[in-house]
Design a protein around this ligand. Sequence first.
Ligand code: ZN
Length: 83
Amino acid sequence: MAMMFPSFGEKKQKMQVYTIEECQNCHDKVKRPFQQGDYVYKEAGECQKCHGKKMITMVFGEEPQGKQQQAKSEQKAPPQSKQ
Ligand SMILES: [Zn+2]
């Protein structure tokens, strides 16, 4: 899985930022929306599965869903027949 790390501030597009919490005990990963004050290696509370300590292991931005590239066929000029 190739992961892109967008540089924040470079694009002014609205990016949804997510936080990955990982349990240090069972390595269960939870993806949740970024909250203010989140940073990597911050303690993220208790694991719901094993009650181990969770830690934030990743913070990343992702483009909102539903924004798909549309192939525009309009740009292709139709073949012109010379008169
Ligand atoms: Zn756990």
